[in-house]
Design a protein around this ligand. Structure first.
Ligand SMILES: Cc1cc2nc3c(=O)[nH]c(=O)nc-3n(C[C@H](O)[C@H](O)[C@H](O)COP(=O)(O)O)c2cc1C
Length: 589
């Protein structure tokens, strides 16, 4: 507004205010409805109106690839409901602990509770081969049918009709049940009926299954990664998260005081839960509430990358093992998978810099910054830009996993030679002596150990990294997984979600995170103490005490996973245990 006057938008063809409001309102209030349906039939003229709205949808080359199968027959719907039940059970059997319990409480379809179902199909061949636009992008035919669904859904909301979309079907299996010709594909199966209520928020959000991502995470100015809403300054996600942590003022002293006070009133001798009392108080301080939410569901993110310093003979393991272990994590055959299954956590693998090219498979997040870092004894391990990019990957993964409903994040890592880079980071951030901070990693002989210490010494001498420039330290001697883990830890803290740290790699990453935002330690729980000497140095610098000490030195996230039940028990005790006053039990004088 250069002259300070608001622009006169009414000279354009916009709708009058009330009508505009109705349009925005129907979008905000459209809900996927699965419960509270009434048996009342839907009048034919109402159905005709919503189908007419669906039929107004845009379509590629104006191909109008949709058809609508309106189903009321009870027996057919019973068969369709049985198909959905089968897939529901299959999905449920695959879910980790807390997710499975939450899923059990969710209703995923209302096929029999609604008076009418509509299957929306797509004919990818309609209109012949010269359909404008579809010739390069065949998937646009299906997109067009989805737009018809969107129109139907909005019109239905305006009519007061609830709609629930069910996708728990094998597409061909449903097409066969509907007797569709082979050239038609089912795009959506919708259940329609009048309802007692429209929920104010998505049912999945209200059930805590997932959260809405803020719009500012989704809008980019000009290029992907330059986030910012129109008219607002573009935000740098890393600076944003560091600011957010500072502004939170973690930990919340009042919530911690309330938790300590409750611990003292709980039916048990004061202090008898030992370290778990502190854990519960710290969880309350992080959440800013007492009791804090239970740290579940939980997800371990295994950040994987390769290291140029491998060339210095710091480990007997060949570099290919990083990629091979990633495949093993994804196939479910590693120790981390066994421990995650035992404690009910999900496993996600993030390729931030593995040398090998990895095939896309479910559970793998491809976020490669570069195929391995450079040898830090010869030059910087990465550029500053790459370090920031890896930090940003980590914090965005933390955000996405929290938006997906996780209430506890767990660090995992994989990268042959990453204990060497970890030792260098620990020395740079704490001033420790390389001979003391360097460990034997996967079990190495004296000569390899000497080369490892020497590589760390040479790296530090070459770059002279200073702790006050954490990005510079990561770029000089870190690994992509260290930088991404530091971002992951920051991302969790900014959302007040606890993050359980695994061994020395996570410890080194947490030092970088704490150097960027000192309050981040309020979100960090040291899962265990690894036998790597640098780990104890990192933990003591961070002021964190390990929850278990079992002589582990595997990495992957294994030690952190073992601590998850301890965090969950601490939070649950604070929430569920009765107090002397509430239970009428006499306190010790
Ligand atoms: C393509 C698609 C498939 C969906 N499939 C299912 C489903 O099988 N079961 C279910 O309960 N909800 C399903 N949903 C509904 C989503 O869970 C719902 O749209 C989301 O939670 C957001 O809530 P809202 O629609 O109320 O805003 C589906 C939604 C879409 C767009």
């Amino acid at each position: 507004m250069p002259d300070g006057k608001p622009p006169d938008l009414d000279r354009h063809h916009r709708y009058p205010e009330e009508e505009r409001e109705a349009v925005y309102r129907v979008m905000a209030e459209r809900r996927d409805v699965r419960q509270g349906f009434l048996a009342e039939p839907v009048p034919d003229e109402v159905l005709r109106r919503v189908l007419e709205a669906a039929h107004q949808a845009p379509s590629v080359g104006f191909s109008q690839p949709w058809d609508f199968i309106v189903i009321t027959d009870r027996e057919r719907r019973e068969r369709i409901a049985a198909l959905a039940r089968g897939h529901r059970d299959e999905f449920a059997a695959d879910l980790p602990g807390a997710r499975a319990r939450a899923f059990d409480r969710l209703k995923i379809e209302s096929i029999l509770d609604t008076p009418v179902n509509i299957a929306v199909t797509c004919d990818r061949t309609r209109g012949g081969r010269h359909t404008l636009g579809r010739h390069v992008q065949p998937q646009t035919a299906a997109f067009s049918s989805v737009l018809a669904v969107a129109n139907l859904w909005l019109a239905a909301r305006a009519e007061g009709l609830g709609v629930g979309w069910v996708s728990f079907f094998g597409e061909r299996e449903l097409a066969a049940e509907l007797g569709l010709p082979a050239h038609l594909e089912v795009i959506a199966y919708l259940c329609l009926g009048y309802v007692t209520d429209f929920a104010p928020e998505p049912e999945l959000a209200m059930a805590g299954w997932a959260r809405r991502r803020p719009l500012s995470w989704a809008v980019h100015a000009g290029e992907f990664g330059r986030r910012g809403l129109p008219g607002e300054e573009s935000v740098d996600p890393l600076a944003d998260v560091i600011d957010a942590i500072r502004l939170l003022g973690l930990p919340d002293a009042a919530a911690m005081a309330a938790a300590s006070e409750r611990q003292d009133r709980m039916i048990k001798p004061r202090g008898s839960l030992g370290v778990l009392e502190e854990v519960s108080v710290r969880l309350a301080g992080l959440a800013g509430s007492c009791p804090p939410p239970l740290p579940e569901p939980a997800c371990v993110a295994i950040f994987a990358a390769d290291h140029g310093v491998h060339a210095q003979g710091v480990t007997p393991w060949p570099q290919e093992v990083t990629g091979q272990m990633v495949a093993n994590f994804l196939a479910g055959g590693a120790v981390v998978n066994a421990f995650a299954a035992q404690v009910g956590a999900e496993v996600t693998v993030v390729d931030v810099g593995v040398t090998a090219s990895l095939e896309p498979v479910p559970g793998l997040l491809p976020r490669k910054i570069a195929p391995g870092s450079a040898d830090f004894t010869a030059g910087p391990a990465m550029t500053r830009e790459q370090a920031v990019a890896a930090l940003t990957v980590g914090l965005e993964i933390a955000r996405d996993l929290v938006a997906a409903g996780n209430r506890c994040l767990i660090t995992g890592d994989m990268g042959i030679a990453n204990t060497t880079a970890s030792a260098a980071l620990v020395c740079a951030f704490t001033g420790a002596d390389p001979a003391e901070a360097t460990g034997r990693g996967t079990g190495i002989d004296a000569a390899t150990f000497a080369r490892k210490v020497d590589a760390v010494c040479r790296g530090l001498a070459l770059h002279r990294p200073v702790a006050s420039d954490p990005v510079g330290v990561l770029a000089a001697v870190g690994g992509f997984e260290h930088a991404a883990l530091a971002g992951f830890i920051l991302g969790a803290a900014a959302l007040r979600v606890p993050v359980i740290l695994d061994g020395v790699i996570a410890g080194a990453a947490a030092l970088a995170a704490a150097a960027l935002a000192p309050d981040v330690t309020a979100a960090c729980f040291a899962g265990h103490r690894s036998v790597e000497p640098g780990h104890a140095i990192a933990l003591s610098h961070l002021g964190l005490s390990p929850l278990v000490d079992l002589g582990l030195r595997l990495g992957e996230g294994t030690g952190a996973l073992l601590a998850l039940p301890l965090l969950a028990s601490a939070a649950r005790a604070l929430r569920d245990v009765a107090t002397f006053d509430s239970a009428g039990v006499t306190e010790k004088p």
